[in-house]
Design a protein around this ligand. Structure first.
Ligand code: GLC
Length: 763
């Protein structure tokens, strides 16, 4: 094997919006996408192939100067200084502070098809990101592989898992940068794990050294830039934010209906039931089992009458069976993955011998998308895409397998996303103006445009619960916001304590779904004894109370890419304590709710509160931040804190998101000494009309100096489902007058509740 290291620059020319530098070994191309995003692509064999992840074109102004050994690309936000001999790529802030530099010795190099970039490691450099990866929040000292895998029975250190997000953020010297390595081959990231703390490196088994460098100087801005580049999610259907009940499998329509009925009987709010693989006839995708699900339309009508939506699973494997529509059509039209001689590839998954659709082709995606009428005709509105790494028993799909011209080696990491894309595009077409809900297990950067994700087959023990939260937090850095974990743990049986605790954390998980493997004990909220049922019910009710806040937080994700569940590293980047392994699972849920996961075996929690004042949600007790505190954490009370100054809109408890409720929007404000505001957002929760201005948006702000709360005039043409606003003021002094929208609240306008909160109703 030969190692080739990128050598000296030869010809240098600017061609339109691209700067091309040739060397003996390769060609480097540089584009400015925006002032804070520069793309570098170093290739031995450049072909403009387009990206699965990136949806933008280079649009930034490129200012190039050349002097001595250096070419400098300057934007208003950053500089790329390229040394000519040898060719090395070094990034700086606009003021010239080092963000990240190539290792001068090894830079970019090749060993056969494998391409790697070695970069200098800075003494205090930390790394966050890479999406669904185990390990610590700070990835310094760890290495990772991206190779989408059906990671059944994985332990809490397993790598790789199901998804590939080759994007990380580097933090050092009070500075921030991001790097997205847009290469779908098996890829590697090493954050100083194996190089004597001298270098970090990343590379792939093939393809180009093609990366986007982000120079914005804050983590939220880098996330905004990354999601500008790779896209943002659409508003999720409101029902998908309710409680979701799943199991592998509810074995018949009767069982599905019984479970749904029981939620209503027990008055435990819920919105979604799932059908896992057993609703199908012999696991044939787009079929229903004629005996156990004889009348899907009737079943779904009954579910609808109870205000439930149904989500059904689909896997990519199409059963090899003559007479089965999808098989016959796929074979006739050559829609499946093949060997190089054109033979259709066969591997075993649930249905037995299967073929795998080539989702990279537009015509195959369209065909796949149209097949969903088998599910949408009876009334399904949610589509769960599983086993799309793709999974096959034995895992090792041969390198010879191809999707068109694309071999497994470059297709694998992006296959699942293309399946989710086909599902999303197809069901969106069928459902017309209704938002489909798509959920996928495998993904690549950009998947947020098509689908929600969940973290796959976790297990029913505490360390997995904590890991799940870290995965959610980390996925949030890489553009994903609608994320679930199997609440309770997929494999194994949780103890009642774990079930209760995990459910209370699920309240603060963007997608709240209880799911379990076949053969495990039943998991529904009433399976844990009356006392536990009451706790679970109360926690789920809390989720429903927070829906106005949660929906507004998703609006933020759609606008700026800011995830709903945020590692504290996003807002408190410079605070060393947030990376401490003791506190690294903590997160902000939306702007203002801090949640500290606690194991089910511990009944006190050690919580780190960042700077500022905080109130415990359950007790109203006020704490000074910037330090760790130890608080009681019985199973009835997960440590959840509200940031001083927070504005959190809530509503009364409803049994499903289809229920209108009492029409009162309860605006909770926690006293703080800094001014704050919150963008309240609402729309019909179901259609795309919001994209045409049919929404209701207003800013709610609190000014402690003026002791004033202001609700701005609503923007948009939607009529809010709430016709009254009730202000609930926490931590305010009753003796001081409060102004609302310029008017002084008189004592006759307000009252006190049992916890001494000031209540004022504004009609
Ligand atoms: C996979 C999925 C799991 C599902 C099961 C059966 O293991 O990850 O969620 O229940 O397949 O479809």
């Amino acid at each position: 094997m030969q190692t080739e290291i990128l050598g000296n620059a030869g010809s240098i020319k600017q061609q339109g919006n691209v700067l091309i530098i040739k060397s003996r070994e390769a060609e480097a191309r540089i584009w400015v996408y925006s002032p804070s995003i520069i793309r570098v692509c170093i290739s031995r064999d450049y072909k403009e192939e387009g990206s699965f992840a990136v949806i933008q074109e280079p649009a930034g102004k490129m200012d190039i100067t050349e002097s001595g050994n250096e070419i400098v690309v300057t934007t208003s936000a950053m500089q790329l200084r390229i040394s000519k001999s040898p060719l090395r790529f070094n990034f700086y802030t606009a003021e010239g502070k080092v963000l990240s530099e190539d290792d001068p010795r090894f830079g970019v190099n090749w060993q056969d098809a494998r391409v790697t970039n070695y970069r200098k490691l800075i003494a205090d450099e930390k790394f966050i990101g890479l999406g669904e990866k185990t390990g610590n929040l700070n990835r310094r000292g760890s290495s990772y592989v991206n190779w989408n895998t059906d990671a059944a029975l994985h332990d809490v250190n397993a790598d790789p898992l199901y998804k590939t997000f080759p994007f990380f953020i580097g933090l050092h010297s009070g500075l921030t940068y991001g790097l997205f390595f847009d290469n779908t081959h098996r890829s590697y990231f090493d954050f100083g794990a194996t190089t004597d703390e001298k270098m970090s490196w990343f590379g792939a088994d093939g393809g180009d050294m093609n990366y986007y460098f982000f120079g914005a100087q804050s983590v939220p801005q880098i996330i905004e830039d990354y999601t500008w580049l790779t896209g943002r999610m659409e508003m999720p259907p409101l029902w998908s934010l309710g409680y979701q009940q799943c199991r592998w499998s509810y074995m018949s329509a009767d069982e599905v209906l019984d479970i749904a009925e029981n939620f209503r009987k027990e008055k435990i709010p819920a919105d979604v039931m799932y059908c896992d693989i057993d609703y199908m006839d012999e696991y044939k995708i787009f079929t229903w089992n004629k005996k156990t699900f004889a009348d899907p339309k009737g079943m779904i009508a009954k579910l609808k009458a109870m205000d439930f939506k149904l989500v059904t699973i689909v896997d990519p494997g199409i059963k090899v069976e003559k007479g089965y529509k999808q098989y016959d059509e796929g074979v006739a039209k050559n829609y499946f993955a093949t060997y190089p001689n054109g033979e259709n590839y066969v591997a075993n998954v649930w249905p037995g011998r299967c073929h795998f659709p080539d989702f990279f082709r537009a015509d195959v995606r369209e065909w796949w998308g149209k097949s969903f009428t088998a599910l949408t005709d009876p009334g399904v509105e949610g589509f769960w895409n599983d086993m799309n790494e793709p999974a096959a028993w034995g895992q090792n799909i041969p390198w010879l397998v191809k999707f068109g011209d694309r071999y497994m080696s470059e297709a694998r990491n992006v296959y699942g996303m293309e399946m989710a894309r086909a599902t999303y595009e197809g069901t969106k077409k069928i459902l017309g103006n209704k938002r489909p809900f798509v959920l996928t297990r495998a993904a690549y950067s950009g998947a947020q445009r098509y689908s929600a994700v969940w973290t796959g087959d976790n297990s029913a023990y505490d360390a997995h619960m904590l890991l799940g939260q870290r995965l959610v937090n980390s996925l949030g850095i890489t553009g994903m916001s609608m994320i679930g974990v199997d609440i309770g743990g997929f494999t194994g049986d949780p103890t009642p304590e774990l079930m209760v605790r995990w459910n209370s954390l699920g309240v603060y998980t963007p997608m709240f779904r209880n799911h379990a493997q076949e053969g495990t004990i039943m998991r529904e909220p009433w399976c844990w004894g009356k006392k536990n049922q009451a706790i679970i019910k109360k926690d789920i009710e809390q989720r429903y109370r927070m829906l106005p806040y949660l929906y507004s937080s998703f609006y933020q994700s759609c606008q700026t890419g800011m995830p709903v569940s945020r590692t504290l590293a996003i807002n408190y980047t410079g605070d060393e304590n947030v990376y401490d392994v003791k506190y690294q699972n903590q997160f902000l849920f939306g702007d203002a709710i801090l949640v500290s996961p606690v194991e089910s075996t511990k009944f006190t929690g050690e919580v780190y509160l960042p700077e500022g004042d905080w109130y415990r949600l359950s007790t109203g007790e006020k704490f000074k931040g910037g330090k760790a505190i130890t608080v009681p954490a019985p199973l009835t009370d997960l440590p959840v804190f509200i940031k001083a100054g927070a504005i959190i809109p809530m509503q009364n408890v409803i049994q499903s998101t289809a229920e209108k409720g009492d029409g009162i929007l309860e605006v909770n404000v926690w006293y703080g000494d800094k001014a704050n505001s919150f963008v309240y957002y609402e729309d019909d929760g179901a259609s795309y009309d919001y994209q045409k201005g049919v929404y209701y948006k207003r800013e709610i702000s609190f000014d402690p100096e003026k002791h004033e709360i202001t609700l701005s005039k609503a923007e948009g043409s939607f009529t809010s489902k709430y016709d009254r606003v009730k202000l609930v003021l926490h931590g305010f002094k009753a003796s001081k007058s409060i102004r609302v929208n310029g008017k002084e609240l008189k004592s006759k306008d307000f009252s006190f509740d049992n916890d001494n909160h000031i209540i004022a109703v504004i009609y």
